[in-house]
Design a protein around this ligand. Structure first.
Ligand code: ZN
Ligand code: ZN
Length: 267
């Protein structure tokens, strides 16, 4: 199973996954041309994509989705309410490329088993995804105000998890460019996960067996990759977990295509 965070952050999200011959994206939140170039950069012809799974209608997740669907004839998958909320934002999407998913209802997309699950975020019906390739699974959860027990149950035991480490609460509160309502929205239960909340969630995921963790959806103004990593590493060390030895901890960057991670079944 291959996984590559092409882009992750409030300036655009697109995550690539492949198992067997099946290739898909989670979100297409940058210009179609930019995502197409990033795919070609990792040796993937965008025309070979089998689907694009949409998490929610915010523009950093869908801005290139309509273009990619039309240009490469790739089906788009989203919940019913997300489709309604996206109407008018994607341009015309041909009917045969419209697919509807439902939280808690798994399905096969080629050889990949897809499990959408609800996340608490201020969108119509936002979801994260767990993707299965054989016994391996990759889960992604960004844009969530709190890491709920339900989200944990859905992604616990994943081989790899990409989890949001959005902001440092102090940097956010002190940011003069953000209005008080915007700050309240980000800090709220349907906003974004802080570095500290992410670190705590990672410890639970590690206890549940996950050994490969990627921090994603970092804020450009209210966080830095160094700080996000520091908070998660410290939390791990406090619990006796050695990053780099017991677990792999990486960062998905905002404007730089990440590594292609290769996951293998060990036994
Ligand atoms: Zn987002
Ligand atoms: Zn969002």
């Amino acid at each position: 199973m291959y996984f590559c965070p092409l882009y992750s952050g409030s300036s655009g999200n697109a995550l690539f996954c492949q198992y067997g011959n099946t290739r898909l994206l989670i979100d297409a939140g940058k210009a179609g041309r930019v995502i197409g170039d990033a795919l070609e950069g990792i040796g993937v012809d965008p025309a070979t994509l089998d689907g694009i799974l949409i998490t929610h209608e915010h523009s950093d997740h869908i801005s290139g989705a309509g273009v990619m669907a039309r240009k490469y004839h790739v089906p788009l998958y989203a919940t019913q309410d997300t489709w309604l909320a996206m109407a008018g934002k994607l341009g015309k999407v041909p009917g045969d490329l419209i697919r509807t998913v439902q939280s808690g209802k798994g399905f096969w997309l080629g050889q990949i088993g897809v499990e959408p699950f609800s996340i608490p975020h201020d969108a119509a019906d936002p979801v994260g995804y767990r993707l299965w390739g054989g016994k391996l699974s990759v889960s992604t959860a960004t844009d969530l105000g709190v890491f709920t027990g339900d989200v944990y149950d859905r992604i616990s035991g994943s081989t790899l998890v990409l989890l949001e480490s959005n902001h440092d609460p102090d940097m956010l509160r002190a940011n003069p460019h953000y209005s008080p309502p915007l700050k309240a929205r980000i800090l709220g239960d349907r906003g974004h996960l802080s570095n500290e909340a992410c670190a705590e969630a990672l410890l639970r995921l590690i206890a549940g067996g996950t050994r490969h963790l990627i921090l994603g959806h970092l804020s450009g103004e209210n966080n830095t990759p160094v700080l996000a990593r520091h908070v998660s590493e410290n939390a791990m060390l406090r619990e006796g977990v050695r990053p780099g030895e017991d677990v792999r901890l990486e960062i998905a960057l905002r404007d730089e295509t990440g590594e292609v991670y290769i996951l293998k079944e060990t036994e």
